[in-house]
Design a protein around this ligand. Structure first.
Ligand SMILES: C[S@@+](CC[C@H](N)C(=O)[O-])C[C@H]1O[C@@H](n2cnc3c(N)ncnc32)[C@H](O)[C@@H]1O
Length: 278
């Protein structure tokens, strides 16, 4: 019975967040959202989700912390190195044929995935002709992405991943260590634009050659996944590439027919080139 009441109160809390702040979590997968809301309720020492709703409605300073609970920020550089190895070996040869390129990392969190791609593009000689877009709904996350500063204790993992992805240089070439942090070179973000963009409600903003959206769809219900994949389809040039997370698939997507499986292992797809897919 309590669980049913909780579910009702959660729905009302999500409605409140949407109507008050335009953050729309209503189409997110409920099981994991609920776990995170329970943590938020405990953090704010509220006895019910209704109490939490009251806090968030009346106190805008509560919102950033709520967002940190509602959006999972787990990431790492060159996460799943085989994904980046597949881009390097199989996607880059296609991308080389374009005089200019646009790359979009949707749900970029604190920038780890985006910097991985920028470094890869630099190593492959494509950086100079590319504009990189990093977008997220969590402003704290994309501000961190813009700063490009990571804790030094994460660097060993990033370095190992970079090597496993076929890295052609040393990761240490790209950052300076200072006060327990690794500060990534400003030149890496010279061609990067960071901004707020929601896959739930925002529109296409440019024509992309590669979209990397990893470990974001997994948090969405089916209808929202379809919306996001539809947006990617509309954003990509013909024969453009889409990469998703290792636990994600386009197989059941309403837009599956618009894409060919480019590398099943790496979860890389290529938009079809025919008419109607432009
Ligand atoms: C688990 S992280 C994935 C980070 C990175 N892409 C990776 O795979 O390492 C999920 C990210 O998706 C973002 N996110 C959640 N809902 C979103 C939405 N509607 N539109 C854009 N980004 C969203 C979160 O803020 C978070 O930064």
């Amino acid at each position: 019975m309590q669980s049913k009441t909780d579910d009702i109160e959660i729905r009302l809390l999500l409605d409140a967040l949407f109507h008050r702040y335009h953050y729309d979590f209503r189409g997110y997968a409920m099981a994991s959202l609920k776990r995170r809301l329970v943590q938020a309720r405990e953090h704010f020492q509220c006895e019910s989700f209704s109490q939490l709703q009251d806090r968030v409605l009346h106190d805008p300073t509560v919102l950033p912390k709520m967002l940190s609970y509602l959006t999972v920020q787990v990431s790492e550089m060159f996460r799943d190195p085989s994904y980046f190895a597949a881009i390097r070996e199989h996607v880059v040869p296609h991308l080389r044929t374009y005089p200019s390129l646009k790359v979009w990392v949707a749900g970029c969190s604190a920038g780890e995935e985006l910097y991985s791609l920028i470094i890869l593009f630099r190593e492959e000689g494509l950086e100079e002709r590319t504009i990189f877009y990093g977008t997220d709904i969590n402003p704290e996350a994309y501000r961190k992405a813009e700063a490009g500063v990571y804790s030094l204790d994460r660097i060993a993992l990033f370095t190992k991943n970079h090597q496993l992805s076929g890295g052609k240089s040393s990761l240490s070439d790209y950052y300076t260590a200072a006060y327990g942090a690794a500060v990534f070179d400003k030149s890496l973000r010279a061609r990067a634009v960071f901004s707020d963009h929601s896959l739930v409600s925002d529109a296409v903003f440019a024509e992309m050659h590669l979209i990397s959206c990893r470990n974001v769809l997994i948090y969405f219900e089916r209808a929202l996944q379809d919306r996001a994949v539809g947006l990617f389809k509309d954003s990509l040039v013909r024969r453009g590439f889409l990469g998703i997370g290792s636990k994600e698939s386009l197989r059941f997507s309403a837009h599956a027919n618009a894409f060919a499986e480019f590398s099943r292992e790496a979860r890389l797809y290529q938009k079809h080139g025919g008419p109607g897919n432009g």
